[in-house]
Write a protein that binds this ligand. Structure first.
Ligand code: FE2
Length: 287
């Protein structure tokens, strides 16, 4: 393989990839090479521009640590995450739609009893979230596990904020015999995704803002069903139509209902006024 030119180089690399032992890896790398070469032919980068690209990716790696994942943010703001999500979760009617995992998930949240709180010493507007996990035909699913996480009203997840208790605003709970779940928390607010790294540079270049509409994250798992990774969003949030990570779907936008009733609050053992949100999850059998 000598004397390769602009014209025959891509074929030469693809030929070499034919020897890849893992067929799927060979397919992935071949497609990557075709698209990467196509990208280079398309933009014809100067050497200085190519160097800028290398430095950009290097900076994305360097800013990552245990609580910061810049590559997820980059994938999110370029719409790649939600595209991969859409391809992997083509859902029938009645199934809960998925949305991005985001960069702030942590495994290991504590188990919360039904109607228990995931918020520890967190100022904010009290909120009860409740509903059912069921099949798309409405049959309740007992023992479904909801893994929940959200930011505090100051816009920070606990792993971004040294003032919050460890694993604050995270919790796992199980559905009861009727497929029901309920937990207490504080009402989420919109928040800025980190813009002090390479993903922020992309957002800035796009001329867009970095505010995600207020939401609560869920991963719902149940034996025999496809897991669902999703978010529910607060109706009327001003950022719903310009989510920087393209994660909003109508079926995930929910009314957070404000109650001002000392009697009801006393009954529910929650400060008055408070909010409630009712949301049911529809699960699809594992295929
Ligand atoms: Fe989030």
């Amino acid at each position: 393989m000598r004397n390769l030119t602009e014209k025959n180089l891509t074929q030469a690399v693809l030929k070499r990839l034919e020897k890849t032992s893992d067929p799927r890896l060979g397919q992935v790398l071949s497609s990557l090479v075709e698209h990467l070469h196509g990208f280079i032919r398309d933009i014809e980068p100067t050497e200085a521009e190519w160097e800028t690209g290398i430095r950009f990716l290097t900076a994305a790696g360097q800013i990552c640590d245990d609580s910061r994942q810049e590559f997820i943010l980059l994938s999110d703001v370029l719409g790649a995450t939600i595209l991969a999500d859409a391809i992997n979760h083509r859902k029938p009617q009645g199934a809960t739609e998925s949305s991005v995992l985001g960069p702030f998930y942590r495994d290991g949240a504590r188990q919360v009893a039904t109607a228990g709180s995931i918020a520890e010493n967190t100022p904010g507007e009290p909120l009860i979230v409740r509903g059912r996990v069921a099949t798309t035909q409405g049959q309740p699913i007992e023992g479904a596990l909801l893994d929940i996480w959200q930011s505090a009203p100051n816009g920070l997840y606990e792993n971004q904020d040294s003032h919050q208790p460890e694993m604050n605003l995270r919790g796992k709970l199980l559905t009861d015999g009727d497929g029901r779940y309920a937990f207490r928390t504080v009402k989420p607010e919109s928040y800025p995704i980190p813009n002090d790294g390479p993903a922020g540079k992309i957002l800035e270049a796009m001329g867009g803002h970095n505010r995600r509409p207020a939401h609560i994250h869920f991963i719902v798992t149940a034996e025999g069903y496809e897991p669902v990774t999703t978010q529910i969003f607060v109706e009327n949030d001003p950022w719903l139509d310009s989510d920087p990570v393209f994660g909003v779907k109508d079926s995930l936008v929910v009314d957070f209902v404000r109650h001002h009733s000392p009697e009801e609050a006393a009954q529910l053992q929650i400060p008055n006024p408070f909010y409630t949100v009712d949301y049911d999850f529809g699960m699809v059998p594992a295929g």
